[in-house]
Design a protein around this ligand. Sequence first.
Ligand code: NJP
Length: 232
Amino acid sequence: SGRTALITGASRGIGAAVAKRFAAEGAHVILAARTVGGLEETDDAIFQTTGRNATLVPLDLRQFDKIDQLGYSIFERFGKLDILVSNAGVLEALGPVAHYDPKLWQRVMDVNVTANFRLIRSFDRLLRASDAGRAIFVTSGAANAPYPYWSPYGASKAALEMMVKTYAMEIASSNLRVNLVDPGIVATKLRMQAFPGEDQTKLAQPDDVAEAFVALAEASCTRHGEVVSAQG
Ligand code: NJP
């Protein structure tokens, strides 16, 4: 409570659920995504339960200089960042590697890998300025097992995991704790894109996986450089 948390991909799905949980725990939440309407929906839900508003940041994470600008504005307003939840991610179309659309490939890499690098680069100092900084990234089982037609997604999450684990080692002596969450299968737009006919009511819902993020953000949490499964 009383902490400031930036959550990317907070316009819907897992990011929206995590933002609501953090706000309910007393954090001031900064919500980033492209879709203004989605950010406003998340903010409305937060206001309903807490009587407080979030800070909304409409932003395309592929515009990397906007990430730097967000870092500057958070520095100017808060002087530090306590919690980063880098949740935004894309799957794009499924298809065989040999025929995959290079534009879509680049989009997946930009959002799932390079934007995360730029977030680390822009927010490292701000997170270390917190007494108990926490950075949480979102990976996938696809980082560790090849699924036919999922190559850019799997490759991007594997790259993300290696980058984040490397970062965790480099900053091990600081107060900042860095981890990844593997959410498992969750009923969201991304999941629906991959499995259009699926009955999403039978799946875990975004609210069900938010607890893992809350646990990793606790000031008492000592986990570092780990991949934590949100569904056990
Ligand atoms: O997906 P979805 P999830 N700039 O599509 C945002 C991982 N995961 O909640 O920009 C800024 O509902 C987008 O916002 P908008 C997955 O890889 C999931 O399932 O408005 N933001 C939206 O808020 C991802 O890392 C499952 O379109 C951008 C959010 O990202 C994380 O969970 C399984 C953006 C995506 O919401 C959340 O995904 C798994 C951009 N350029 C891992 N592009 C699962 N659902 O089963 C996208 O293993 N966003």
